[in-house]
Design a protein around this ligand. Structure first.
Ligand SMILES: Nc1ncnc2c1ncn2[C@@H]1O[C@H](COP(=O)(O)OP(=O)(O)OP(=O)(O)O)[C@@H](O)[C@H]1O
Ligand SMILES: [Mg+2]
Length: 392
């Protein structure tokens, strides 16, 4: 996967064009000149949204009606163009090779990138939402159906939350509530099933990478943690029982038979928590509250790992994310590192630059080029929303 060229028109403070090379593309500049905006713009083509969770309005240059990004990229030796026009009044136009895509979600799965920011580095000590986000984005890129399930589940979840309040005020019935619960269960189960399968593979690869980083002294593992948990053991047993006469599949597709127990378990859990949920006016259990826990030598990293161990664990997880993409699509993703190199010591910096991915990287830094020696690649200087290539 290679980003060849990107041009920005009234996207944030940017009106500029960059031609990238293979290898490292280093963006240098002072604070507030537009480096992160470039990283955000590249990433938008991969995830369909801002890594800062910004709205389209926020990404359009102050005072402009529209903002535009055109990315030319090479995938499987073919050249492609993604063109995105953001409108201040809402709506987004997206064209892939000139053909308009129906929905934003349709742009996902063509241009593969992995984003790494200081927020990623604190993923282990932060709350579960940052870890869920990590898994959701990674899986959505590989499986558009996952994103659809996640969106359907979230839509049903917000209806149930609204319904809980109406039931509390005696303006809706228990059966209306049950209807939303039944809507949540199948897609919620698919979300859980896909996350478990992804994390299993991620855990295997991250353990190998962690060993490389630390010299093999400790073992890294991660587990999916369903909120509530009471039925978790039962669900696992049911899945095991089904496996007895069901072929195991490698990472690729969730077995429908594995989803039934999850679906029933989820429905029961949600149903059983009604009283509490009605009182609180929100749904206390389900994939929107789940987490994945990271362990080092069997101990919860969040509570017991040192700062350095946590950093190594995050690097291992990101490297695993890159490797899964490579396994699935046969190409290395474009790695975007926004402001992270200066936060790492030299050994970890070296790992990020030489081991995280064999493909193209885009790196932003406000420090001089001394952090990185660019042997194969380009250096740009970013100033007032314009990028210019530095010679030599
Ligand atoms: N919608 C917008 N329209 C115009 N300018 C914007 C918009 N949103 C942000 N900016 C401007 O973009 C600049 C920030 O750019 P960016 O975050 O890319 O800086 P940076 O080069 O990454 O800096 P740092 O080194 O501090 O991370 C700010 O000056 C901000 O005012
Ligand atoms: Mg920045």
């Amino acid at each position: 996967m290679r980003a060849d060229k990107i041009s920005f028109k009234n996207f944030r403070n940017l009106n500029t064009e960059l031609e990238f090379s293979e290898g490292v593309n280093l963006l240098l500049g002072k604070n507030g000149e537009g480096k992160t905006n470039i990283a955000e713009g590249i990433w938008l083509n991969s995830a369909g949204k801002s890594f800062k969770n910004a709205t389209d309005k926020e990404m359009i240059r102050f005072g402009s009606e529209t903002g535009e990004i055109i990315l030319n990229f090479t995938a499987a030796d073919r050249q492609n163009e993604l063109r995105t026009v953001l409108h201040y009044d809402g709506g987004r136009e997206i064209y892939l090779n000139g053909v308009r895509l129906r929905r934003t979600a349709d742009m996902i799965g063509y241009f593969f990138a992995v984003m790494f920011t200081p927020l990623t580095l604190s993923m282990i000590e932060d709350g579960p939402s940052e870890r869920r986000r990590f898994a959701d984005i990674a899986i959505s890129q590989l499986k558009p159906a996952y994103l659809r399930s996640l969106m359907t589940y979230n839509a049903a979840l917000s209806e149930r939350n609204a319904c809980l309040k109406l039931v509390r005020d005696k303006k809706a019935t228990d059966y209306q509530l049950l209807a939303w619960e039944c809507m949540m269960a199948p897609d919620g189960a698919r979300v859980i099933g896909e996350r478990k399968m992804y994390l299993k593979r991620l855990s295997e690869i991250a353990a190998e990478e962690y060993e490389k980083i630390t010299g093999g002294k400790e073992k890294l593992t991660c587990h999916y943690q369903s909120s509530g948990g009471q039925l978790e053991a039962e669900i696992a047993k049911a899945s095991e029982a089904l496996k007895a006469w069901n072929r195991r599949e490698p990472y690729g597709s969730v077995d429908r038979m594995e989803l039934f127990p999850i679906e029933n378990g989820l429905l029961q859990k949600i149903y059983n928590n009604r009283k509490k949920d009605i009182k609180e006016g929100s749904t206390s259990l389900g994939p929107h509250r789940d987490d994945f826990e990271i362990f080092i030598d069997g101990r919860l990293a969040r509570d017991f790992a040192s700062q350095g161990q946590k950093r190594s664990a995050v690097l291992a997880l990101k490297a695993a994310e890159c490797r899964i993409i490579k396994e699935e699509i046969g190409e290395d993703p474009v790695v975007i590192l926004d402001d992270v190199l200066s936060e790492l010591d030299s050994a970890r910096r070296k790992y990020v630059l030489s081991n995280l991915s064999a493909g193209q990287t885009v790196i932003t830094s406000c420090e001089a080029a001394k952090l990185i020696r660019v042997e194969k690649g380009r250096v740009f200087s970013v100033k007032e929303g314009k990028a210019t290539e530095k010679e030599g």
